[in-house]
Design a protein around this ligand. Structure first.
Ligand code: ADP
Ligand code: MG
Ligand code: MG
Length: 252
């Protein structure tokens, strides 16, 4: 589904450009969940931003294909319409726009790009209710302005409701577990499994800690260090990292 080959990318900083990704290769097939773990500053978020097409991140080498299409040639909205969802460590707040308005607009613009009919208000609310129930998020939260005044856990659950409604083929989740208490962690983990554990779907789960992986079992775990994948293993690799720390596991 997602094939990243020898990807290099840099970010624009005040005094020039700073190389961050340095020849990263990774392949995710349909039906697989891959975890990417790594020390702070390794380039995990940069990878998510580059895959999402965020301005300010320049690809300097390598290639990325998504279902055979050149992802790097696609605009961010085209990537979304093609079924790619990005969840971020710090979800944005949008004062003045309700969650329901925002999500219906996002869903219908993706449907339009795929040549599908828009969902009516009634059908959309039915879908939103179903997904909110799955994530145990009160419908009242969906009527409020996007993320405004939400706690960290509510923002993450809200993001999972967004994911459920958009029903993407591929999700890239960057530190979705950061700042979650144990109950919220379980709900988010169950949500990822319910929405994305599917033979036709793929997931890149970026996380600094092992704990989310107690709820979402990855098929592969990769260690990202200094802009490249330095080690790949099974779910056991995450447990080993938790027990021994990055330095020891990477040195082995
Ligand atoms: P991770 O998510 O693995 O912690 P990031 O991708 O956020 O790592 O960052 C990789 C490197 O790029 C770090 O050294 C970080 O300090 C640097 N970096 C990221 N964004 C910026 C920025 N806007 N300006 C300067 N340096 C940045
Ligand atoms: Mg970080
Ligand atoms: Mg990060």
């Amino acid at each position: 589904m997602l094939k990243i080959e020898n990807l290099s990318a840099e970010i624009t900083v005040a005094d020039g450009a700073k190389p961050i990704l340095k020849g990263l290769s990774l392949e995710v097939n349909a039906g697989e969940i891959h975890a990417i773990m790594g020390p702070n500053g390794a380039g995990k978020s940069t990878l998510a931003y580059v895959l999402g097409g965020r301005p300010g991140y320049e690809v300097t080498g390598g290639s990325v294909t998504f279902n055979g299409q050149d992802l790097l040639e696609m605009e961010p909205h085209e990537r979304a319409a093609a079924g790619m969802f990005l969840g971020f460590q710090y979800p944005v707040e949008i004062p003045g726009v309700s969650n329901v308005q925002f999500l219906r607009e996002a869903l219908n613009s993706q449907r339009k790009a795929r040549g599908e009919e828009p969902l009516s208000g009634g059908d959309f609310l039915k879908l939103a209710r179903e997904k909110a129930a799955l994530l145990k998020l009160d419908m009242e939260m969906l009527k409020r302005h996007v993320n405004v005044g939400f706690s960290g856990g509510e923002k993450k659950r809200n993001e999972m409701v967004q994911m459920g409604i958009l029903d993407p083929a591929f999700a890239i989740l960057d530190e979705t577990d950061s700042g979650l208490d144990i109950d919220a962690l379980r709900i988010v983990g169950d949500g990822i499994n319910a929405i994305m554990r599917d033979p036709a779907k793929g997931v890149l789960l970026i996380t600094h800690y092992q704990r989310l992986l107690d709820y979402v079992q990855p098929d592969f775990v990769h260690i990202l260090s200094d802009g490249a994948i330095v080690k790949t293993g099974s779910a056991d690799l995450a447990k080993q990292l938790e027990a021994e720390g990055y330095d020891e596991v990477m040195a082995a």
